[in-house]
Design a protein around this ligand. Sequence first.
Ligand SMILES: *Cc1c(COP(=O)(O)O)cnc(C)c1O
Length: 296
Amino acid sequence: MIRIQHIGEFNSIQLDVLRLDEVHPTISGNKWFKLKYNLQEAQNQQKNTLLTFGGAFSNHIYAVAHAGKEFQFQTIGIIRGEELANQWQTNPTLSEAVSLGMKLYFVSRNEYREKEKGTVFQEIYQRNMYVIPEGGTNEHAIKGTMEIITNEHSNYDFIACSVGTGGTISGLSLAAKSHQTILGFSSLKNADFLHQEIERFSHKKNFKLFLSHHFGGYGKVTTELMEFITLFQQKYNVPLDPIYTAKMMLGLTQEIEKGSFAKNSKILAIHTGGLQGVKGMKIALQKKHNETQHEK
Ligand SMILES: *Cc1c(COP(=O)(O)O)cnc(C)c1O
């Protein structure tokens, strides 16, 4: 059973966290649920290789590399950014993936955009490969994310989660009870397209998207956000990652302070994991910091 951690009462609103980051030591958070039925499907189709796509710090790439190792699939990752071809050794996510046996192909951002029809993909694609889309979102992933909330959580009025491709929130929307509303916090800027993405999978209108708590956009952070992570860890002993879960939690806190939810509401925030990315993010921030120091 997944742990529910009580955080506190704020403005007469109860806030708890569902610790999906603890479901599996390496296939963590929502990625465990998104991969579950994809792995079954790959086995059913008797594929021996998982092929997928992602960026330099991708939680999805990391999870697929570990899933391949644990469930005996070979793995291939098509990675956004040619420049990483000579730098992956210093990237904790990618070097871990390689050490688990994942074969990486680095492509330009242009080619990555066309990844599913692109040349690299066509060169390496074979019939024995099971292709998982970027971020892992497909119908099998939705089936998995529908299992995140159960009857055990029906006392909550709101379920909050971080949103990337929209797979997780779609599953939550489908699984929610009729009195529950799903709150989705986008970590991307200009994420209006998410409404349509979610409608592809969920016909329900029981979700509300918050598109302005992205703190600069995907992969970007602010000082406020980094300080919030430290504070949240100290106060509640909950580690948050800067790309997804911290943005959701800080965004949610700000909405609670603004009075966006009725008094005596109960909110369950889903900790979708992502903690493997913290190490790489710290290295990237340090590098950026050193560069700006240098320019002074
Ligand atoms: C991938 C990821 C998300 C986004 O999930 P989607 O299903 O793509 O919306 C959120 N949080 C964490 C920690 C993730 O790794």
